[in-house]
Design a protein around this ligand. Structure first.
Ligand SMILES: O=P(O)(O)OC[C@H]1O[C@H](OP(=O)(O)OP(=O)(O)O)[C@H](O)[C@@H]1O
Ligand SMILES: Nc1ncnc2[nH]cnc12
Length: 178
C-alpha cells in the first residue's frame, strides 16, 4: 500500500455528523499512529520546499483541527505559526470575518499584527469542504497585508469544489471525489 493509501485507510467516515446528510471524515485515528503523522508532516514539508514557493514566513492554522499539524510544519520550516480561532477565543485586539462552511455559519478571528505586510503565508487545515473556512482565513491574511501563496489540506472533498473559492493554488494529500 502506498503512504497516501495508508493515510486514507486510517480516516473514519461517520454518516450524519454533526448534521443529517453530512458524511464526516474523522482524522483522529491518524493521530493514534505516529508513523502516519510523520509521513504527513514530511510529505507536506517536502511539497512546500520542492514546488518553487518563496520562503515561507508564516503558517496559519485554522481552529481547531488545523492546530494539529500546523505547528509541526512551521517548526520544520523555521516559520512562525499563527492561529485563526473561532470568535471570542483570542485575547487582545483582533480582526474578524464571518464565513459559511459545509454545516453552518461561523466567525473567525486573528490577533491584530500577527502577520506583517508582505509576509509569505501558507494556510493549513485538516480538511477542505466548501472552502468557506479557508477563504475566510485568506481574507484575514489579506487584511494584514500578507500574501497567501498556498492553501494546504490533509483531506479534500473534491466534489464541493472548495478550492475554486481560493485566491492561491491548493495542495491536498488525500481526495474524496464524491
Ligand atoms: O471547507 P469548509 O466547508 O469551510 O469546511 C472545512 C472546515 O470545517 C472543519 O472545521 P470545523 O469548523 O468543524 O471546526 P473544528 O476543526 O473545530 O472541528 C474543518 O476542520 C475545516 O476547518
Ligand atoms: N465532511 C466533513 N468531514 C470532516 N470535517 C468537515 N468539515 C466540513 N465538512 C467536513
Amino acid at each position: 500500500m502506498s503512504d497516501i493509501a495508508r493515510i486514507k485507510s486510517l480516516l473514519r467516515a461517520i454518516p450524519d455528523f454533526p448534521k443529517k446528510g453530512i458524511l464526516f471524515q474523522d482524522i483522529f485515528p491518524i493521530f493514534q499512529d505516529p508513523l502516519a503523522v510523520e509521513t504527513i508532516v514530511t510529505n507536506i514539508v517536502h511539497h512546500i520546499l520542492s514546488t518553487g514557493l518563496p520562503k515561507i514566513d508564516v503558517i496559519v492554522g485554522l481552529d481547531a483541527r488545523g492546530f494539529l499539524l500546523g505547528p509541526w510544519i512551521a517548526n520544520r520550516l523555521g516559520a512562525a505559526f499563527v492561529p485563526v480561532r473561532k470568535a471570542g477565543k483570542l485575547p487582545g485586539e483582533t480582526i474578524k470575518v464571518a464565513y459559511e462552511k459545509e454545516y453552518g455559519t461561523d466567525y473567525f478571528e486573528m490577533q491584530a499584527n500577527a502577520i506583517k505586510t508582505g509576509q509569505n503565508v501558507i494556510v493549513l487545515d485538516d480538511l477542505i469542504a466548501t472552502g468557506g473556512s479557508a477563504k475566510a482565513a485568506g481574507e484575514l491574511i489579506a487584511k494584514h497585508g500578507g500574501k497567501t501563496v498556498k492553501y494546504i489540506f490533509l483531506v479534500e472533498l473534491s466534489a464541493l469544489k472548495g478550492s475554486e473559492k481560493l485566491d492561491a493554488p491548493t495542495y491536498s494529500l488525500v481526495q474524496f471525489e464524491d
